[in-house]
Design a protein. Structure first.
Ligand code: PHE
Length: 347
């Protein structure tokens, strides 16, 4: 019997790995192990022999389990030491920090143009995106029954007030009206912002886009002044020569009114989806403020006149960066946006 115990002990002590030891544990200490064998013939023993055998088994169990446990603990601590040796942790290394974001390309261009116009003495105004019918249409010489309303299909709200029903503004021109209501004359203002139209979306149309309105009211403002400011603006934005053309354009709040087009910077002229195959992109509708609009806002048109323009900010960004599909701009896709991280604005 002692031989059995000795050889079991020998097997335990010669286990070289934790896995070996586990196999030995099952063989030696398990239900069919040495200890079980020692108690197998218990039934045939006398009472005294049983006592002696019981003591022997207990002692053997003690010995074997102690040997097993100490080896198991040694393997566990060796494994832990090996893991600690292989891993590396330096608590003094600075944390990686927040990944810096960047401004959307439309915001970048908007801020650039704001800086330019501020340097020319213009104020930057903000206006509500939910407008009154009065500010968006009537005060701009677009009464309810006027066909020009059809040019700007909008989203109407059920609610309204004394200034007519509320709507999502279709252009930034209502801020012209708000400027005339609140600023002293002479005035120079721009108003960048988000506008909405009930459009079906394609490569060059969105229901939500950005414009930048500009207005100057003074004495003896001429088309020459208007063209000067527009050229200054475009050369600052594109930082190169762009070909422009001026066509007559109809907007009820300017007279005369123009469409200032630029040569398509995506295709350079032959035609593409962005310029609707025409080679030209409408970028800058503008004109001299219609005297009716001045007098509707309480300004005497015999004393004052001015110009106004409405720059398509979204389209401008597309031209500057040769983006061929307007839908990228509001996609929220970081693969697109990451391309516009400029050093000037990142942080
Ligand atoms: N608000 C006009 C539009 O969105 C553009 C415009 C602005 C035209 C200012 C002339 C003067 O279509």
């Amino acid at each position: 019997m002692q031989d059995l115990v000795d050889s079991a002990l020998e097997r335990i002590n010669s286990a070289g790995t934790a896995a070996d030891l586990e196999v030995v544990r099952v063989d030696v200490l398990g239900r069919k192990g040495v200890l079980a064998q020692l108690s197998k013939d218990m039934g045939k023993l006398t009472a005294d022999e049983k006592v002696a055998r019981g003591k022997f088994i207990n002692a053997a169990k003690q010995t074997l389990e102690t040997a097993y446990e100490s080896l198991r603990d040694r393997f566990a601590s060796e494994a832990l030491t090996a893991r600690l040796d292989s891993e590396w942790l330096d608590l003094t290394v600075p944390a990686p920090g927040v990944k810096p974001g960047a401004l959307h390309p439309i915001t970048q261009i908007q801020w650039e143009i704001e800086d330019l116009f501020r340097s020319l003495g213009f104020s930057v105004l903000d206006g509500p995106e939910v407008e009154t019918e009065h500010h968006n249409f009537d005060a701009l010489n677009i009464p309810a029954d006027h066909p020009a309303r059809d040019m700007q299909d909008t989203f109407w709200l059920d609610a309204g007030g004394p200034l007519g029903r509320f709507l999502l503004r279709t252009h930034t021109s209502p801020v012209q009206v708000r400027g005339m209501e609140s600023l002293p004359l002479p005035l120079r203002m721009i108003a960048p912002g988000r506008v909405f139209r009930n459009e079906s979306v394609d490569a060059s149309h969105e229901h939500t886009f950005y414009q930048l309105e500009g207005m100057m009211i003074d004495k003896n403002v001429s088309v020459g002044n208007l063209i000067y400011f527009m050229k200054t603006l475009l050369s600052a934005i594109f930082k190169r020569e762009v070909t422009v053309r001026l066509r007559p354009g109809y907007f009820p709040f300017v007279e005369p009114g123009f469409e200032l087009d630029i040569r398509c910077l995506i295709c350079g002229g032959p035609g593409c989806p962005v310029c609707k195959q025409s080679g030209w992109v409408e970028l800058l509708p503008c004109g001299l403020i219609n005297p009716h609009v001045l007098s509707k806002s309480g300004i005497d048109p015999t004393q004052w006149n001015g110009f106004a323009f409405g720059l398509g900010l979204t389209r401008l960004v597309m031209m500057r960066y040769a983006i061929d599909d307007i839908r990228w701009l509001q996609s929220g896709d970081l693969r697109f946006l990451d391309q516009f991280k400029s050093e000037q604005f990142a942080q």
